[in-house]
Ligand binder design. Structure first.
Ligand SMILES: [Fe+2]
Ligand SMILES: [Fe+2]
Length: 143
């Protein structure tokens, strides 16, 4: 699971955060091989949950700001993911190989396909909106 050009949306903050999210999945996968830090798995998955919430909230703020037509569906996808991650954390309080394999299969793949199917569409929309704003009277948006 790695971030490459095909996952780019063109929106700087979105691409940066997607890369961070994908890196976090990799860290969780490796957490079990670190014998020195038994808490690494728990800390990293807690951080992933927090970061996911922050990321989804930011995308949703942009959807609201620009009246994104697909807002409802996109937000529904976010809610489903948050619910699934919450359930996963409840069922996998400690590291296990099977648990992290399951996390990669279900949620890792989900994130990647969500980027391709939903976030790239949103990114394109944001870029269009911001391009229009750039072409407005003085190129600034004070909203
Ligand atoms: Fe999204
Ligand atoms: Fe996203």
């Amino acid at each position: 699971m790695a971030f490459d050009a095909k996952y780019e949306t063109g929106v700087l903050w979105q691409d940066f955060q997607h890369k961070q999210l994908i890196d976090l999945f990799g860290k969780i996968k490796e957490a079990g091989s670190d014998d020195k830090d038994k808490n690494l798995y728990r800390y990293t998955i807690a951080f992933l949950a927090m970061y996911v919430n922050h990321h989804f909230k930011l995308e949703e703020e942009y959807m609201g700001k620009y009246n994104y037509p697909d807002k409802e569906l996109h937000e529904k996808k976010h809610r489903e993911f948050v619910k699934e991650l919450k359930e996963f954390r409840a069922e996998n309080k400690n590291y296990s190989r099977a648990g992290t394999d399951d996390l990669m299969m279900r949620m890792g793949e989900w994130i990647l396909s969500h980027i391709l199917e939903n976030d790239q569409k949103l990114g394109k929309f944001i870029l269009q909106k911001e391009h229009l704003l750039d072409n407005s009277v003085h190129g600034y948006n004070f909203n």
